[in-house]
Design a protein around this ligand. Structure first.
Ligand code: NDP
Length: 483
């Protein structure tokens, strides 16, 4: 398949190249081979993209919600028609198994475009009657938005940001991670084909400094970042200096609390989905598995047994359900954490080594007898490394689950309905699951608390983060004055 894009950037409805920008390659993680060569944006390209997005604002916001929504929904249909090709490209760019990308990446992006395409027509402000006077509030777009993406869900992240932004009448410049630069360009192409006016959605490539230049620009009204906590701190500080709106979707070290009365198979399945999908490279993963003492041994044994049946291999083979990691560097980070776990005294039950073959493969790992202070229980690994910790009481589990700077997600498995809700209420996390894990339908708000982020993506909540209210007071009678 064609993996080399026509050019590195997409600005004002067309592909644009500037070969003086730093060259970089997109690498297929299953083989380590370069599949595309691109150039990072130069200051001139960044300026071109910002100017295009700024110039497109007036026309786009003047359109009705129905008109904007129709374009977004058309784009959703095109994505669905081309889901297989987009999934193949996403698999080449990320190394994630085709079995996953066919259902979770472009498909979720299409859901976002369809959802916000429908919401666009119903956007409204408020009316407040004040005796004979009244006030109303107009829901306005924020203006020019910048989206910056991580490499684990490239097209999904681009759509989760673009769909609500565009539905509200904003324009966007999006910078994908340089590790996975390809599918955001396809999104720009598809939106253009669906009728999006030129300049409304633009893509520029590059490293952190390109992101930083976008965030700093005074024309930018809002920044939405998906990335790590350290990057989030920098971007948030820079946005604050310009008094800009932000959405920060950052990292996590989320807990899953499994009680003695849980359905063992469901809890194990939840732990698998919450640790090993996308080779463990998911922000909301439940990498701290707190298991009550009565079920602890059976849980560890069953999790290890089911992990042995993982089909690790060629991501293009649809029977493969565990692919390589996105890069050599990311695999090295995960392997170093496995070493640290062993040195600090955790029991490596299974996996944790690199596979001796081309590509960035490692065997998924489970650590048992993990304690709260161990490095693997405290830091985000962003790889297929699960830690199992033992607990005795509900109170203890909640306190330990919350004893982290992160607060992205959390899960609980129990057959006791009241306890499930009680524990979910006690979690310090933005997104929680009871008796399941890692499901993120577009209809449900998604985001973190504490160091894991600010703002929410998806659902009606996202509208609040891509629009603002302008209040207008209307005086109907004589104006009174004190003198
Ligand atoms: P990074 O934080 O390294 O990078 C995120 C993006 O920010 C990249 O596009 C990066 O560019 C860019 N960037 C880096 N420095 C700056 C800067 N100073 N100013 C502006 N932009 C900058 O994250 P990763 O790409 O490594 O992704 C993994 C992280 O993302 C994990 O922590 C994970 O938990 C988190 N994540 C959070 C999600 C959520 O919804 N909460 C979902 C998915 C991932 P470049 O890559 O070129 O450096």
């Amino acid at each position: 398949m064609q993996t080399q894009p026509r050019a590195s950037h997409f600005i004002a409805g067309a592909y644009v190249e500037d070969e003086s920008g730093e060259a970089f390659a997109s690498v297929y993680p299953a083989t380590g081979e370069a599949i595309a060569r691109l150039h990072a944006a130069t200051p001139a390209i960044v300026e071109q993209a910002l100017a295009a997005a700024d110039a497109a604002r007036a026309e786009w916001r003047a359109m009705t919600g129905v008109e904007r929504g129709r374009i977004l929904r058309r784009a959703a249909d095109i994505i669905r028609e081309r889901n297989r090709d987009l999934s193949l490209l996403e698999t080449m760019d990320t190394g994630k198994p085709l079995q996953e990308t066919l259902v979770a990446d472009a498909a979720s992006g299409a859901d976002a475009l369809e959802y916000f395409g429908s919401v666009a027509a119903g956007l409204k402000g408020e009316h407040v009657q004040l005796g004979a006077d009244f006030a109303y509030a107009i829901r306005e777009p924020l203006g020019l938005c910048v989206g910056i993406g991580a490499w684990n869900y490239p097209i999904q992240i681009a759509c989760w940001k673009a769909a609500p932004a565009l539905a509200c009448g904003n324009t966007m410049v999006f910078k994908p991670s340089e590790t996975t630069p390809l599918t955001a360009l396809k999104l720009a192409e598809i939106l253009t084909e669906a009728g999006l006016p030129e300049g409304v959605f633009n893509v520029v490539q590059g490293f952190g400094e390109v992101g930083a230049a976008l965030v700093e620009d005074p024309r930018v009204a809002k920044v939405s970042l998906t990335g790590s906590v350290p990057t989030g701190r920098k971007v948030y500080a820079s946005a604050a200096a310009g008094m800009k709106h932000v959405t920060m979707e950052l990292g996590g070290k989320s807990p899953i609390v499994i009680f003695d009365d849980a359905d063992l198979e469901d809890a194990v399945a939840g732990a698998i989905n919450g640790n090993f999908y996308s080779s463990g490279q998911i922000c909301s993963n439940g990498t701290r598995l707190f298991v009550q003492s009565g079920i602890y041994d059976a849980f560890v044994a069953r999790l290890a047994e089911r992990l042995k049946s993982a089909v690790i291999g060629d991501p293009m083979d649809e029977s493969t359900n565990f692919g390589p990691m996105v890069s050599e560097q990311q695999r090295e980070i995960a392997l170093r954490y496995v070493e640290k776990g062993v040195i600090e005294g955790a029991q490596l039950v299974i996996g944790g080594s690199a596979l001796d073959q081309p590509g960035f493969y490692m065997c998924p790992a489970i650590f048992a007898d993990v304690t709260d202070e161990m490095t693997i229980a405290r830091e985000e690994i962003f790889g297929p490394v699960a830690s199992v910790l033992k607990f005795e009481t509900e109170e203890e589990a909640i306190a330990r689950a919350n004893a982290t700077e992160f607060g992205l997600a959390a899960g609980v498995f129990t057959r006791d309905l009241a306890r499930g809700h009680r524990v979910a209420a006690a979690f310090e996390a933005g997104t929680c699951w009871i008796n399941t894990y890692n499901l993120t339908p577009i209809e449900m708000p998604f985001g973190g608390v504490k160091a894991s982020g600010v703002g929410r993506e998806n659902a009606a909540a996202a509208i609040e983060h891509y629009s603002q209210l302008k209040a207008v007071y209307v005086g109907m009678g004589p104006v009174e004055a004190p003198f």
